[in-house]
Design a binder for this molecule. Structure first.
Ligand code: EPU
Length: 418
């Protein structure tokens, strides 16, 4: 089993080029199933979840692979399989996007429930209810969902009770080739939604209102191939800024989109960090000492993202004063807290709330990642700790971060993978 060994206490300094967004790449890769022609995706991150999506595409009879460093080429000339095996479904949560895409292309699909990081219950009831409204019959037996649209998918008016990111994306995938118009009310507004719409529209889809809460998708007969550049990963960017804040460093994050990150940037400013942004760069200088911040409540976009909760919490472990986090999106997203406490942090987590009392020092320790962003939080803390940390279970971190040890070493971290 691989581990990261980190000798803390080194200030980060230099430039980090931000990778393409995982949460854009994955639905976009599923979207390639809808299109018979070749799609070239630039800025596609080489992370394990992307390789898992490629395995699903290959299993379905499509071509998928990297042509160049970050250029993925996908071609779904034929879709020869519509049952996705349990083994593939369990590899990640995003396997569920193949449901909307395969249904959209073939009118049928059999899946089991998706896997992914354990952040508490992650039902797909909203995805299924929306697909039913679009004419899909779903038989659920022995953990298998057998979905068919015998008379083809039909456009529908769908109002979401909560602006779920994955549900919005699955509806988009099912709707682009459906007969008629689909309107999604209370759609998710995350920037990754607009990125998926951008790819689909580049292939000839007719989607308007992506990112606005009310989206209109006019079904078209066919999609064509395209070249598309995946947006920068705002959570990876927030992670490296947290690492710089925790280590007391000064970095430039390049190829990013600061306009997607305002809620996170304002928290770093409260911590006393100095930030200047241009269109695609963030010049970041850590405050010293870091200051505690007003309560952080995770929210849907443009609120503070749940995915940045763990890394920002790790950066606040040594801040002066007490910070409070309220996790509103997932039920069980404080698993990193116990591990941060092993490193000397003073955090009390109860229910949705975690109280972080800043301490003067944290120490290197043997800790274990139990999900992707929590794992990144442990790396953040280890960089600011005295002594050596050993972080195990880093396969979680590899799901979303491209060669994290090389990225952080390139700006001065003492970090290796063993
Ligand atoms: N929910 C339901 N029923 C559903 C769908 C969602 O109850 O049918 C609940 C979830 O259980 C959760 C909440 O609604 O409590 C939000 O879920 P949402 O559907 O918005 O999230 P998701 O699509 O499962 C995506 C990201 C997550 C990110 C969330 C919130 C991808 C592949 N995943 O998940 O990213 O935390 O949106 O922004 O886009 C990560 O990158 O580490 C990650 C977990």
């Amino acid at each position: 089993m691989q581990k990261f060994i980190i000798n803390g206490g080194k200030k980060l300094s230099g430039e980090i080029r931000i990778q393409g967004a995982k949460n854009s790449a994955l639905p976009i890769m599923a979207a390639s199933v809808l299109c018979g022609e070749e799609i070239t995706l630039h800025n596609c991150p080489r992370i394990s979840d992307v390789y898992a999506a490629m395995r699903i595409l290959t299993y379905l009879g499509c071509k998928a692979g990297f042509e160049d460093k970050n250029a993925a080429v996908l071609k779904a000339e034929t879709v020869s399989e519509t049952n996705i095996s349990d083994e593939l479904m369990r590899e990640m949560r995003s396997s569920v996007f193949f449901l909307g895409a395969v249904l959209g292309r073939t009118g049928k699909c059999r899946i089991t429930l998706p896997g992914g990081c354990d952040l508490g219950p992650r039902p797909i009831d909203m995805h299924l209810a929306a697909l039913r409204r679009m004419g899909v019959t779903i038989k659920e037996e022995y953990g298998v969902l057998d979905c068919t649209a015998e008379n083809g998918l039909k456009g529908a008016n769908i109002t979401l009770s909560f602006p779920s990111v994955g549900t919005t994306e699955n509806i988009m995938l099912a709707a682009v080739l459906a007969e008629g118009t689909t309107v999604i009310q209370n759609a998710a507004r995350e920037p990754e939604i607009a990125d998926l719409a951008g790819l689909l529209n580049s292939c000839g889809a007719k989607i308007s209102g992506a990112g606005c809460g009310r989206m209109v998708i006019k079904g078209v007969k066919k999609l064509h191939g395209c070249e598309y550049r995946i947006m920068p990963d705002r959570i990876v960017c927030a992670t490296y800024l947290s690492c710089a804040a925790a280590s007391g460093g000064e970095i430039v994050a390049s190829c990013c989109r600061p306009s997607d990150m305002e809620s996170v940037i304002s928290i770093f400013e409260q911590m006393g960090c100095i930030i200047h942004s241009s269109e695609d760069k963030i010049y970041f200088s850590a405050g010293y000492p870091l200051k505690a911040v007003s309560p952080i409540r995770t929210m849907v976009y443009p609120g503070f993202p749940t995915d940045a909760q763990a890394v920002v919490m790790a950066a606040l472990c040594k801040a002066r004063g007490t910070s409070v986090f309220v996790e509103n999106i997932f039920e069980n997203r404080f698993k990193h807290v116990g591990e941060l406490c092993r490193m000397g942090a003073d955090i009390l987590a109860e229910g949705k709330t975690a109280i972080v009392r800043g301490v003067d020092r944290i120490y290197g320790a043997k800790v274990c990642a139990s999900d992707l962003r929590g794992g990144a939080g442990l790396v953040t803390a280890a960089l600011s700790a005295e002594g050596t940390s050993e972080i195990s279970n880093i396969r979680y971190i590899d799901r979303g971060y491209e060669e994290m040890e090389n990225v952080l070493s390139s700006v001065g971290a003492d970090m290796i993978r063993v």
